[in-house]
Design a protein around this ligand. Structure first.
Ligand code: 5GP
Length: 190
């Protein structure tokens, strides 16, 4: 998605530990025009897949899920984050280690919102090691729903998450795949 790559090139900032900051349009300030285009791009890639619901994790996934769900004409659902030691009596939960913070937390959804047999599209802002995506996949599996695919806005292709998930048979659709990023700039996969 050229419009997205252009924004990453011009406004992305590379931080230590291979963290890309895109706070001007995706992770802090939000550009509704770009987010709408992102939602439309995911919706067209999964148009024939009879998606019932779009699932993400708070906070940065929410606008992506909302625009995607709007374009598909379905509901969006976001997993909430809780401390790693919280006990849940109902619903589905999974432990996730945060790439940017290095700490662990739980993600949780209430059972009425994720139903057996539902066809779920998972979306998120970044894919690095695949921790967040794997946690979301576990929630869908616990609910006996089906993961149709994973829509990622920015995949860091030099980190292992994408390869791991694809090898596990998950369909991963990324709108921009970064091959390398350093002082020289950002290189995208063709
Ligand atoms: P993973 O779970 O795949 O290791 O990392 C993905 C999650 O960590 C995303 O939900 C995102 O919030 C965060 N993340 C990973 N890498 C980056 C990055 O380079 N920049 C930003 N802003 N977030 C990232």
């Amino acid at each position: 998605m050229e419009q997205l790559k252009q924004r990453i090139r011009t406004q992305g900032r590379i931080l230590p530990n291979s963290v890309l900051k895109v706070d001007s349009f995706l992770n802090h300030q939000l550009d509704p025009g770009l987010l709408e285009a992102i939602g439309n791009a995911f919706a067209s890639r999964f148009a024939k897949d009879r998606i019932d619901k779009v699932l993400t994790v708070e906070a940065s996934g929410i606008p992506i899920a909302l625009f995607t769900a709007k374009a598909l004409g379905v509901n969006a659902l976001f997993a909430k984050k809780f401390p790693s030691n919280k006990q849940f009596e109902h619903g589905y939960s999974a432990l996730v280690t945060s790439y940017t913070k290095g700490t662990s937390h739980q993600i949780h959804v209430d059972s009425p919102f994720l139903l057996p047999g539902e066809r779920i599209l998972i979306v998120d802002d970044f894919l690095a090691n695949g921790e967040a995506a794997t946690g979301l996949i576990r929630l869908v599996q616990q609910a006996q729903a089906e993961v149709v695919g994973l829509g990622i806005v920015i995949e860091k292709g030099f980190q292992p998450g994408g390869q791991r998930l694809r090898q596990a048979g998950i369909r991963v659709e990324s709108l921009a795949i970064i091959e390398a990023m350093d002082d020289q700039g950002i290189t995208f996969a063709p």
